[in-house]
Design a protein around this ligand. Structure first.
Ligand SMILES: [Zn+2]
Length: 336
């Protein structure tokens, strides 16, 4: 683990290089230096501390109950009930299962803060014993979260991340339908206790002569696109700092994709230990994506392209950008 691997308050990629540039004002050159002016601070979570401490240290979810009307709010964001002339509230523990009060929208393309966590659902759940809804992130253990898995009314359970620092993303929810009765009964269930079933790798029927011909033709086209991408300054930006060895399986044959800090290569070989596997019956699905004729992310969401690791959706997103950046550069060049 390098120091860069540990999450920082300021993401590493936001930190400018030590460098300089020249600017010209009224015919005179001036030197501009990259420099820093910064300050860090610690923020108290104040009256919400018990909620986050219970979540971090005891894997419990707390709410507050009004001593007069009995309303239980989760999270416990008031110490006095505004409905009851500010009668005091008391902290109570609530259950870790509940029902969605609305169908969660799914975020596939997150901003840089949440990119590593996408795709995820964002929804509100009323936990057992609570009267108000808790906002939470939602996942499925069965692969990419697609519409229809979690809807209004779906029963979900709170799952605690293995590493918790006391922020709301320390927890998320999954449908209880994906859990065993023991897991449902367990309080403080952690993410590492779930079986994150990578959906079974699709099996393709034996390739016909036509499948093989399509594969070979598509492979050649993808290889030539890859070499254009590696030469394009603009396209290289899309995969800057990213490194992945990907095994790609299609009906007509198997090949390897290498993303290596701006370089993009495709070779006809089987990878022993790829970072992840992509499988699509027809290699033209990928070819179209790389040619900027259809998004590869859409192919994943529509289940025409299978990936072995949910979190690699991020890499798929980068491949789409790679295609888009090359297309844009070509268009600009054509416009002269
Ligand atoms: Zn009250």
């Amino acid at each position: 683990m390098t120091p860069q691997d540990k999450e920082k308050v300021i993401p590493f990629e936001f930190i400018p290089d030590k460098a300089s540039e020249t600017t010209n004002i009224d015919g005179k050159d001036y030197l501009l230096m990259n420099d820093a002016f910064y300050t860090f601070y610690q923020r108290s979570l104040g009256e919400l501390s018990p909620f986050f401490l219970a979540m971090r240290d005891e894997k419990r979810i707390l709410g507050c109950r009004c001593t007069r009307c009995g309303l239980v709010r989760v999270p416990p964001f008031v110490t006095h009930c505004p409905f009851c002339d500010f009668a005091p509230t008391e902290l109570v523990e609530v259950g870790q299962e509940g029902n969605m009060i609305s169908t969660p929208p799914i975020t596939y393309f997150a901003n840089s803060l949440f990119a590593a966590r996408a795709p995820f659902g964002r929804g509100r759940v009323i936990l057992e014993g609570a009267d108000t809804a808790l906002s939470t992130m939602l996942y499925t253990t069965t692969g990419i979260l697609v519409p229809g898995i979690i809807k209004r009314g779906t029963e979900v359970k709170v799952i605690f991340r293995d590493e918790r620092i006391g922020e709301i993303t320390d927890i998320f929810c999954v449908p209880t339908a994906e859990l065993t009765p023991q897991q449902i009964a367990e309080k403080g269930l952690q993410e590492s206790e779930l079986s994150w079933i990578a959906p079974a790798e699709p099996e393709f029927p034996e390739a016909s002569a036509e499948d093989i011909a399509i594969y070979q033709r598509s492979l050649k086209e993808m290889q030539s696109l890859a070499s254009e991408m590696s030469k394009s300054k603009r396209a290289r930006k899309a995969i800057e700092g990213w490194k992945r060895d990907i095994a790609v399986k299609t009906r007509g044959g198997e090949f390897a994709m290498y993303i290596d800090d701006g370089d993009f290569r495709i070779e006809e070989r089987k990878l022993e230990s790829p970072d992840f596997v992509m499988a699509c019956a027809d290699p033209r699905t990928l070819l179209d994506g790389l040619s900027y004729k259809g998004a590869i992310t859409d192919a994943v969401i529509m289940k025409r392209l299978w990936i072995s690791k949910n979190m690699e959706f991020n890499t798929i997103f980068k491949l789409d950008r790679l295609a888009r950046f090359l297309a844009r550069e070509k268009k600009e060049r054509a416009a002269g």
